[in-house]
Design a protein around this ligand. Structure first.
Ligand code: SF4
Length: 477
């Protein structure tokens, strides 16, 4: 057993050496587990959350002595065609009229939600996700922006963080210009893989030239930040073929890159049944793809943020991580710790006054509730003090890879070692394996533990400790 001692020097080494890829360790710890975009996770949401509860949360949050800013999320569920790997909540249709009907209802929800939050609460962050937000035509984009700005206080000087997920196949120069005029300043492009053979097998044919053009046009229009989403574990991918995808993406110079693990669960996600399992890389090949991706991207100067995400060293995410102020929410990593997240649209998940809520996931139900003048809520969870404490612990670990035990004790007025005695005992094996180190009142995730940080967080998850089923989650690697 190695003796890991956190001297100042090896703390610095730890920070410099972002990540260690240890195949044996990864195989040993590979299991299913949450991605902790929330704690408690959506698995704990229940239908006992009422409209009155949500209104009460909004009211309480308005009464905070220093009112929190807002983050707005809008879910646009439509897609023209289906990508076979997809596990998102979406509606696949060629009928673009369906978007105008949806938009009418979404605008009603915006009006209902807008009434609940004081107008002095500035929107710092706004995000359109999907589905395919760029399924909307230019007039619909303008309408949604206009209605939002009538019911919420948006920043108009381009200082807010306004981002949108873009399917390059559904935009042209004109639509990009309309998006920029509507206040968007960040884009996230779906790419996945540039290899035509892979693209054909997953029904997402998108030329590299198209992605390059959209990226260049967006930069010319003044979009400040470009993210690209890739996926490993898709049919026909090899280390050599994915290497070309990585090179092509690095050439486009995005500020952030997300490389998601494809989880093949055809029994849960119907489109995945159209993927021929014989063409998928084996578990060992997937590990090799992941290892190569990490080495290639960090070698090209990107910082490993964690949980599939990479960013340039001068990107806000990398800076926030270095400062210990990175945060995680339903859109992934964020620098906006103190915002209430007001989410609108079918299936959207919000986070108001430290509680979570989710809208109904069925379009007809969404319309019916709004027809009745009601908020289209489905389920959620009101957090207990223990949830808040554990969420803080998990957030520190998953975002910043370090937990300052003394600072935590001061903040929550408790004794860490007594409260988390069983958890600390469970962490001993991980400590012996070199995943983490608890010393001098600091819990540090070591470079070999970074890829396995979900396993460390799972130790602090009270619901998993109580025996909640974790097989519904994706594998940690
Ligand atoms: S990956 Fe995106 S574009 Fe493809 S089906 Fe899913 S939501 Fe639609």
């Amino acid at each position: 057993m190695e003796n890991h001692t956190l001297t100042e020097q090896n703390h610095q080494d730890t920070m410099a050496q972002q990540i260690v890829f240890d195949v044996d360790l990864i195989k040993r710890y590979d299991r299913t587990g949450p991605r902790y975009t929330s704690y408690p996770t959506a698995a704990q949401f229940h239908p006992g959350i009422s409209e009155d509860d949500y209104r009460k949360w909004a009211q309480h949050s308005n009464e905070d002595p220093i009112p929190r800013s807002l983050s707005l999320y809008f879910h646009i569920p439509f897609c023209d065609t289906v990508c076979y790997y997809c596990a998102c909540t979406k509606v696949v249709t060629k009928n673009h009229h369906r978007a105008s009907e949806y938009l009418d209802y979404l605008c009603r929800e915006i009006a209902l939600q807008g009434q609940l939050f004081d107008s002095d609460r500035i929107v710092e962050q706004l995000h359109w996700g999907g589905g395919t937000p760029t399924f909307l035509d230019n007039d619909q984009i303008r309408k949604l922006t206009d209605v939002t700005s009538r019911h919420f206080t948006l920043r108009t000087d381009d200082s807010g963080e306004h981002s949108i997920e873009i399917d390059p196949r559904s935009v042209d120069a004109d639509k990009l210009r309309v998006l920029r005029e509507a206040g968007f300043n960040r884009i996230s492009l779906g790419v996945q893989d540039v290899n035509p053979e892979v693209q054909k097998a997953v029904n997402r044919q998108q030329s590299l030239e198209l992605t390059q053009n959209v990226t260049e046009q967006a930069r010319r229009l003044g979009f400040k930040s470009v993210n690209m989403d890739l996926m490993y574990g898709l049919p026909y991918q090899t280390v050599a073929s994915f290497d070309r995808t990585l090179d092509s993406v690095i050439d486009m110079n995005p500020d952030r890159i997300a490389v998601y693990n494809y989880a093949h669960l055809p029994e849960r996600f119907k489109p995945q049944r159209r993927i021929n399992e014989a063409t998928l890389p084996s578990a060992d090949e997937k590990l090799a793809l992941l290892q190569h991706t990490i080495e290639h991207l960090t070698g090209a100067g990107y910082v490993y943020i964690g949980m599939d995400h990479f960013a340039k060293p001068d990107d806000e995410l990398a800076i926030a991580q270095e400062n210990g102020s990175l945060h995680r929410n339903f859109q992934g990593y964020s620098t906006h710790v103190d915002c209430d997240l007001v989410s609108m649209g079918m299936s959207a998940i919000g986070h108001v006054c430290d509680n979570y809520s989710q809208n109904v996931r069925d379009l007809d139900q969404y319309y019916a509730l709004l027809d009745a003048g009601r908020l289209p809520l489905d389920r959620g969870i009101e957090l207990e003090p223990d949830d808040l404490l554990r969420r803080d612990v998990i957030n520190h670990l998953i975002c910043n890879f370090v937990l300052d035990i003394k600072a935590l004790e001061k903040k929550w007025n408790f004794n860490f070692h007594t409260h988390f005695r069983p958890e600390l005992e469970d962490l001993q094996t991980m400590q012996a394996d070199g995943l983490l180190l608890v010393e001098d009142e600091i819990l540090q995730v070591l470079p070999a533990g970074r890829l396995l940080v979900r396993n460390i967080c799972m130790v602090f998850d009270r619901y998993l400790r109580k025996g909640s089923d974790h097989s519904r989650f994706s594998r940690v690697i």
